[in-house]
Design a protein around this ligand. Sequence first.
Ligand code: NAP
Ligand code: GDD
Length: 383
Amino acid sequence: MPKTALITGITGQDGAYLAEYLVKQGYVVHGIKRRSSSFNTDRIDHLYQDPHTENRNFILHYGDMTDSLNLTRIIGDIQPDEIYNLAAQSHVKVSFDTPEYTANVDGLGTLRILEAVRMLNLISKTRIYQASTSELYGLVQEVPQNEKTPFYPRSPYAVAKLYAYWISVNYREAYGMHVSNGILFNHESPVRGETFVTRKITRAVSKIALSNQRELYLGNLSAKRDWGHAKDYVRAMYLILQQEKPSDYVIATGVTTSVREFVRLAFASIGVDVVFTGEGLKETAVITAVDKSLFCQKVSEEAYDKFVKRIGEVVVGVDPNYFRPTEVDLLIGDPTKSKTKLGWEPEYDLHALIEDMMLGDMILMKKEDYLMKGGYRVLNYFE
Ligand code: NAP
Ligand code: GDD
């Protein structure tokens, strides 16, 4: 019999990569998606199977992390071997605007899953992965951060995730449940949500190169993150649930980089040198040189002729609207435990990650460029 997995948050970045990975491992994958007024399944459309297909191995259910009855019914119907609880309001800045909702989904949502498994007498059958986060370390008490580093959350998101972390540990200890926390550091990809900083940068750099955007505005350029690739990180989730005993693991690359440096590397990947000058709100990045052959190879010859005229111009500025009321300045993980106990090794370093993201966004933005130039007439509802 193939194993059965249930993924909450299957329409998100990690959900999509994990679903693809588990299907390849021979699992029957069930996912919970929210009802929305427009399609929200872009990332998993390639896995979709018509409901009339026999022996489907990819099945979606409508549901919501705020709806206990719905979650309990789905878990009872499927009786999964593994649950990957990835659903969350996952944007840190947005959590300051929607703190109650974030607590409900990210904190109580986890409790709902744990209670459902307990009430349905699935404790001995179902293993649970909880999507914990390096945001728990917040105002870091130790550098680098490992499984024993004390937590100091700095946002409603991180506080909600702190509850989820500890309620998972508590159910493990109180009821002997196979529940594990993956304390994942930032991980990105070509399908990363567009408002997280890496994707915001790779999209903007692609558009700027094609002359469809003049400037990119960011918040705190000095924040440092330990960035990995989502493809590597979903493999770690799977490995965590294959362990005989449940435990908590840091998943990270062990390398940290500033937002400012990420911007510089994204431009450099298409042959553009930018230099940052000024301080605080007045800090900007200016184009200083363009490598013609790399730019033509990665963008296009047509775009080069226009872009080269922008040498000396500002392409990045600071907008305080993107600052957070309380910031997490530095994250860097120590993945020793996951490397030794899980045998986990990331395949992507930061350069490979940026190459992958830039390639994806350049293809996407060239398509948009084509559409903007009249390749397709955009429907206007108010015409
Ligand atoms: P993401 O792209 O924002 O995906 C979040 C998923 O949760 C989406 O499928 C979303 O549905 C779903 N969701 C949100 N609210 C829901 C609700 N009320 N009910 C049901 N589903 C809901 O996030 P991600 O980057 O894949 O991250 C996956 C998980 O890992 C999250 O829990 C996140 O907090 C955590 N995490 C992420 C990172 C990272 O760097 N990516 C690091 C550490 C931990 P829609 O598609 O409909 O919005
Ligand atoms: N989003 C965003 N937009 N962030 C910016 C910007 C901007 O314009 N300018 C600077 N930043 C800084 C943020 O202040 C933060 O310090 C850093 O870039 C990273 O921000 P995000 O990409 O939004 O990610 P995050 O670190 O806050 O949260 C992500 O990683 C966590 C794991 O550490 C999310 O995926 C969380 O769900 C996840 O738990």
